[in-house]
Design a protein around this ligand. Structure first.
Ligand code: PMP
Length: 400
C-alpha cells in the first residue's frame, strides 16, 4: 500500500525554482537566482555581542520555553522599531513574534482560508505565498501590476467579482517585481479594504532596504489616515533581509480577534519562536546597532543595483525593459524580443546556465496568466565585478 498523503498536497507542485537551484552547483557559475541577502553583510560582531549579553544577563529565560505570542523584551523592541517607521502608538501586545514572516503567512492561511476560498495576490508575487495559500485550498487570483504596484481599479473589480478572503500585497520593493505602490494607490487600497470589508495583508520584508529617498509609509502607518481601514489590515515584518534570515525572527500585526486565532494556531505549530533567537534580536535592537547596519546594507545594495542596471543597459540594450530598482533585492526584467531576440525567459535560462550565469524565469511567480518574457535578477549576492561579468554572459546567452 502506498502512503496515503493528504489531498491538499495535490494543489501544489514542487517549485520550479528549486529545480533550477539544482543546476547552480556548476563551478564558476554567477548566480542572480537566489532570494537571499548577502551573508557577507551580516553584522557578526554585533550579533555575537548581543548573544553574549543574552547568556550573561538572561540565560534562564532565553533558554527556557516561552510565550507563544513572543518574548516580551523583543515585542517591546519591535513595537518601538515600528513606531520609528510611523506606526504611532503601537503597543507590544498588538504584535506577535513569528518564525520568520513565512510563518506569519502560514498562520494567515491557517486562520483565514477554507478549501475553495479565493484570495487575490499581485501578478507576479512571492512564490511561497502562492504555494502556502494553495496548500490551504485557496484559489489564487492574480491582480495586474505595473511600475507603481497593483492597479487599484482592477483590484477593486476583482474584489467585487470574487469576494476574496484576503488580498495579499508586497507594497514596497516587491518580490519579484521590485515595484513600489505609490502613496496615492496605498490610500486607495486602504479605502478598498474599508469599503469592501476585505482583509488586506501587507508583507513588508524589504521596506527598510531603500537606496535613496525612503518609500511611502507602510499601509499600516497610513491606515491611521483612512477611517475604518485598520481593522481590515494585517502586516508582516521580518528581520531576515536587514539583519539575518537564520535568526528566523518575523512578526505579525493584525486585528485582535485575528491575532488571538493566529496565536492558537502557532501554539500547535511550533509553540513559540526560538527564545534564544528572540532574546538575541531584542538585545541587538536595544544596543542601537540597527541604524548603522541599515545604512551599510542600503549602501552596498544600492551600488550593486546601479551596477546591474548600468550593465543591462550597456550589454542588452533594447532587448530588455526594466524599472531601475529604488530598493529591495531584485530587478525584474521583460524581454522585448527586439530584433528577433529571445522572448522566452525559460529558454534563455537554459542557455544562460551554459554561459555561466543563472537567474529565475518569471513564470512561477504568477498564480495566473504567466508572462513568459519576464525574469527576476537578484543583485544582492554578487559583488559589482561579478555583476558586470554575469550580465555580460547574459548578453552572450541572448545572442545565442
Ligand atoms: N515575504 C517575502 C515577500 C519574501 O521575499 C520572503 C523571503 N524571501 C519572505 C516573506 C519570508 O521571509 P522570512 O520568513 O525569512 O521572514
Amino acid at each position: 500500500m502506498p502512503l496515503a498523503f493528504a489531498d491538499r498536497l495535490n494543489n501544489v507542485e514542487t517549485s520550479a525554482i528549486r529545480e533550477l537551484f539544482k543546476l547552480l552547483g556548476k563551478p564558476g557559475i554567477i548566480s542572480f537566482a537566489g532570494g537571499f541577502p548577502d551573508s557577507a553583510m551580516f553584522d557578526v560582531a554585533g550579533i555575537r555581542a548581543a548573544s553574549e549579553r543574552v547568556l550573561a544577563e538572561e540565560p534562564g529565560a532565553a533558554l527556557q520555553y516561552g510565550a507563544t505570542e513572543g518574548y516580551q523584551p523583543l515585542r517591546e523592541q519591535l513595537a518601538t522599531f515600528m513606531q520609528g517607521k510611523g506606526v504611532a502608538g503601537l503597543a507590544p501586545e498588538q504584535l506577535i513574534v513569528t518564525t520568520g514572516s513565512q510563518q506569519a503567512l502560514d498562520l494567515l492561511g491557517k486562520t483565514m482560508i477554507d478549501p475553495g476560498d479565493k484570495v487575490i495576490v499581485e501578478g507576479p508575487t512571492f512564490l511561497a505565498t502562492i504555494q502556502c495559500f494553495r496548500l490551504y485550498g485557496a484559489e489564487v487570483i492574480s491582480a495586474p501590476v505595473d511600475g507603481e504596484g497593483v492597479q487599484p481599479d482592477a483590484l477593486e473589480r476583482l474584489i467585487v467579482e470574487h469576494r476574496p478572503k484576503l488580498v495579499y500585497l508586497i507594497p514596497t520593493f516587491g518580490n519579484p517585481s521590485g515595484a513600489t505602490l505609490s502613496l496615492e494607490r496605498r490610500k486607495r487600497v486602504l479605502e478598498l479594504a474599508a469599503r469592501h470589508q476585505v482583509l488586506v495583508v501587507e508583507d513588508d520584508p524589504y521596506g527598510d532596504l531603500y537606496f535613496g529617498e525612503a518609500p511611502p509609509a507602510s499601509l499600516l502607518a497610513l491606515s491611521a489616515q483612512v477611517p475604518g481601514s485598520r481593522e481590515w489590515l494585517a502586516h508582516c515584518g521580518s528581520l531576515s533581509k536587514v539583519l539575518s534570515p537564520g535568526l528566523r525572527v518575523g512578526w505579525l500585526i493584525a486585528p485582535p480577534e485575528l491575532l488571538a486565532r493566529a496565536v492558537m494556531c502557532k501554539q500547535f505549530s511550533d509553540a513559540h519562536t526560538s527564545t534564544f533567537a528572540q532574546a538575541t534580536a531584542a538585545q541587538y535592537l536595544k544596543s542601537g546597532a540597527m541604524p548603522a547596519t541599515l545604512a551599510h546594507v542600503r549602501t552596498v545594495y544600492a551600488e550593486r543595483a546601479q551596477a546591474m542596471g548600468d550593465a543591462l543597459r550597456a550589454e542588452l540594450g533594447d532587448a530588455v525593459e526594466f524599472v531601475q530598482p529604488r530598493g529591495g533585492l531584485f530587478l525584474w526584467v521583460r524581454l522585448t524580443g527586439a530584433r528577433g531576440q529571445e522572448r522566452d525567459a525559460g529558454a534563455l535560462a537554459k542557455r544562460a546556465i551554459d554561459k555561466g550565469v543563472a537567474f529565475v524565469p518569471g513564470t512561477p511567480f504568477f498564480s495566473q496568466n504567466p508572462d513568459a518574457a519576464t525574469l527576476r535578477l537578484s543583485f544582492a549576492t554578487a559583488d559589482v565585478a561579478k555583476i558586470r561579468e554575469g550580465v555580460a554572459r547574459l548578453g552572450q546567452a541572448l545572442k545565442g
